[in-house]
Design a protein around this ligand. Structure first.
Ligand SMILES: [Zn+2]
Length: 302
C-alpha cells in the first residue's frame, strides 16, 4: 500500500466567491473532511511562496494587477465568473506556490500525492486568469518539478473543460507534454481542438481529445489508451477536475464513479514508478465531488 502525500490548508477557503457561486469553499472543506475521516495520509505542509516565483508561469503585470486588485477596486477577472475578493491574491499565491512542497515530498521518496487546492488553476494563462482560476497551479508545479530535476513533465487533464491556460503556457515547450480530454461544446469554447498540437519546438507535445455531449464511461476510458507512448517523462501531474461526472450540471458528460476509477487506474498504470500528483481543478456537486475524490484516493492507495 502506497503512502500518499496530502496537501490542504483551510486558508484555501478564504478566497470568497460570494453567494450563489458554484466554486465554493465548501468544495475543499468537504474533501478534507473525507480525508480526515477515512485516510491516513502524510501531510504535505502548505507554503506562502514569494510572488516572484509566479514569474515562472505568469506575466509580472498580471501578477501586480491581481496583488493590488482588490485595493484598487477590482472585483472580477475578465468576466463575472472569476472573483477577486480581499484575500484572493494571497489564497491563489499560496495554492500555486504550495505545490513546491509536493515536489519536495517526491524528492524525499514519496510517490503519490493529492493536492486539495483552491482556487483551481488550469484556465489561467500567462497574462490572465479566467474560468474561476487566478494562477495556474499545475503549471507552477511543473516548473518547480523541473527546478528539482524532473526534466520532463506530463500533465494529464481530465477536467470536463479544456485547460486553455496550461496549453498556452507550455505550447512551445517540448519538455512539458499537455494531454487533455474535454467536452467540445463547453467552456472555454475556442481552444482545445484536436489540431492544436503545439508550436515550434513544442510541436507534437500537446494532445487534445475533444468529445461530444453526453459522453459515456467506455468512451472516456478508451481515450486514455492514447496517452503518449514515446514521451520519456520523469513526473506525472494530473489536473483532476471532477465536473465530468454525471451528477454535475456544468456539463452533459455521463461519467460514473466506476468510470472515473478506471481512468485514474489507467493514469497510475501509465505513470509506472514515476511520481504522480493529482491537483484538484473543477467539480461542483459536493456529493459527487467527494465521492469521486474518494474513488481516486482508493486507487492511489493501491
Ligand atoms: Zn472544469
Amino acid at each position: 500500500m502506497e503512502k500518499i502525500g496530502y496537501l490542504y490548508d483551510p486558508f484555501f477557503m478564504l478566497h470568497d466567491t460570494g453567494p450563489g457561486h458554484i466554486e465554493t469553499p465548501r468544495r475543499v472543506e468537504a474533501i478534507d473532511e473525507l480525508v480526515t475521516e477515512k485516510y491516513d495520509f502524510i501531510p504535505i505542509p502548505s507554503r506562502m511562496g514569494d510572488k516572484e516565483e509566479l514569474l515562472m508561469v505568469h506575466d509580472d503585470e498580471y501578477i501586480e494587477w491581481i496583488e493590488h486588485g482588490y485595493e484598487n477596486g477590482v472585483r472580477m477577472i475578465i468576466s463575472a465568473d472569476t472573483i477577486v475578493s480581499e484575500l484572493s491574491y494571497d489564497v491563489a499565491l499560496k495554492a500555486a506556490t504550495s505545490t513546491k512542497n509536493a515536489v519536495e515530498f517526491f524528492k524525499n521518496g514519496g510517490k503519490r500525492a493529492f493536492l486539495n487546492l483552491r482556487p483551481p488553476g488550469h484556465h489561467a494563462e500567462t497574462i490572465t486568469g479566467q474560468g474561476f482560476c487566478i494562477f495556474n497551479n499545475v503549471a507552477m508545479m511543473a516548473r518547480y518539478a523541473q527546478e528539482a530535476g524532473y526534466a520532463k513533465v506530463i500533465i494529464i487533464d481530465f477536467d470536463v473543460h479544456h485547460g486553455n491556460g496550461t496549453q498556452e503556457i507550455f505550447y512551445e515547450d517540448p519538455t512539458v507534454f499537455y494531454f487533455s480530454t474535454h467536452e467540445k461544446n463547453n467552456y472555454p469554447y475556442f481552444t482545445g481542438s484536436a489540431d492544436e498540437t503545439g508550436k515550434g519546438a513544442g510541436l507534437g507535445y500537446t494532445k487534445n481529445i475533444p468529445y461530444h455531449d453526453y459522453l459515456e464511461d467506455h468512451e472516456l476510458i478508451g481515450y486514455y489508451d492514447e496517452l503518449p507512448k514515446d514521451f520519456d517523462f520523469d513526473i506525472v501531474l494530473v489536473s483532476a477536475g471532477y465536473d465530468l461526472m454525471k451528477e454535475e450540471l456544468i456539463s452533459t458528460a455521463q461519467i460514473t464513479f466506476e468510470g472515473i476509477r478506471t481512468v485514474v487506474r489507467k493514469i497510475l498504470d501509465y505513470a509506472g514508478d514515476k511520481p504522480v500528483a493529482f491537483l484538484l481543478e473543477g467539480g461542483y456537486n459536493i456529493d459527487s465531488l467527494v465521492k469521486s475524490v474518494d474513488v481516486t484516493l482508493e486507487e492511489l492507495e493501491q
